[in-house]
Design a protein around this ligand. Structure first.
Ligand code: KIV
Length: 288
């Protein structure tokens, strides 16, 4: 499986895309030191969210470099309106399931709201639970002096950290809703400064969510660690999409998400056909 990561689909006519080669070792297991190497090599990082073993295994088999077990689970799996109700226990279960399904991809555990903000001890204890569950790195939202302290403690414990700035969904109330960030000059400068501080603090990569493409480009050029964009344009070092958006399962997906397949329509068709077959006694047939 691992050697087939760059192999084109038959439907693509067998023409391999022009992708810079992966650093040594990436074929077998993506590790934290590979992230900056991928940036240097100009090889885009592919991140997909997943929440269970089945889709974790599929994302892995498809060659995703990183699988984000996002707290978006709260919305796309558990049906909440925001990510705020997500608990450590919920995330621990999702992380363990994905880790059982994936072999090559790096598993990134999203630290849910209130699992790292209150105190450093909480953050280390909770991050440790995700690492024990099978993650290789944790992701936290926002950055400030207190989080900097937390990142230091996580590093001392041997836990790598990925940042997330721009639209940080755990702060949806403070941001007055889900809206593009970094639009004014002052806001853009704050995000640039935050990215620089995150690099200085030793973070391994930064997710840039919903910021103007030009700002994402400037941040990407200003720092050595990779940026992974979502709704942040094409200039980031990698991209991440929520799998439900990518697969067309989300009823009202964000405008930046590209639907690669319409599984919502396909699933509805299959469920309806099954219901009809049962009602008409067309399923099961005697031989089934
Ligand atoms: O939780 C999540 O899926 C995320 C992505 C939107 C980056 O944080």
């Amino acid at each position: 499986m691992a050697e087939n990561v760059d192999k084109p689909e038959a439907s693509e006519g067998g023409v391999a895309p022009k992708v810079p080669p992966a650093p040594k070792g990436v074929q077998n297991k993506v590790r934290i030191n590979h992230l900056a190497q991928m940036k240097q090599a100009g090889r885009p990082l592919v991140m997909i969210t997943a929440y269970d073993a089945c889709f974790g295994a599929l994302a892995d088999e498809a060659g995703a470099d990183m699988i984000l077990v996002g707290d978006s689970a709260g919305m796309v799996v558990h049906g909440f309106d925001t990510t705020i109700p997500v608990s450590v226990e919920m995330m621990e279960m999702h992380v363990a399931a994905v880790a059982r399904g994936a072999k090559r991809a790096m598993i990134v555990a999203d630290m849910p709201f209130m699992s790292y903000q209150v105190c450093t001890q909480d953050a280390v204890r909770n991050a440790g639970r995700f690492i024990k569950a099978g993650a290789q790195v944790v992701k936290i939202e926002g950055f400030g002096p207190r989080i900097r302290e937390t990142v230091r403690a996580l590093h001392e414990t041997g836990i790598p950290v990925i940042g997330h700035i721009g639209l940080v969904p755990q702060s949806v109330h403070a941001l007055s809703g889900y809206r593009v960030q970094g639009r004014t000059e002052a806001a853009a400068e704050r995000l640039m400064e935050m990215a620089r501080l995150q690099e200085e603090a030793g973070l391994s990569a930064i997710v840039l969510e919903c910021i103007p493409s030009a700002l994402a480009r400037d941040i990407t050029e200003a720092i050595q660690i990779p940026t992974i964009g979502i709704g942040a344009g094409p200039h980031c070092d990698g991209q991440v999409l929520v799998m439900h958006d990518l697969l067309g399962l989300t009823k009202n997906p964000p405008s930046f998400a590209r639907k690669y397949i319409d599984l919502r329509a396909g699933t509805l068709r299959a469920f309806r056909k099954y219901a009809r077959d049962v009602r008409e006694r067309a399923f099961p047939e005697p031989k089934e």
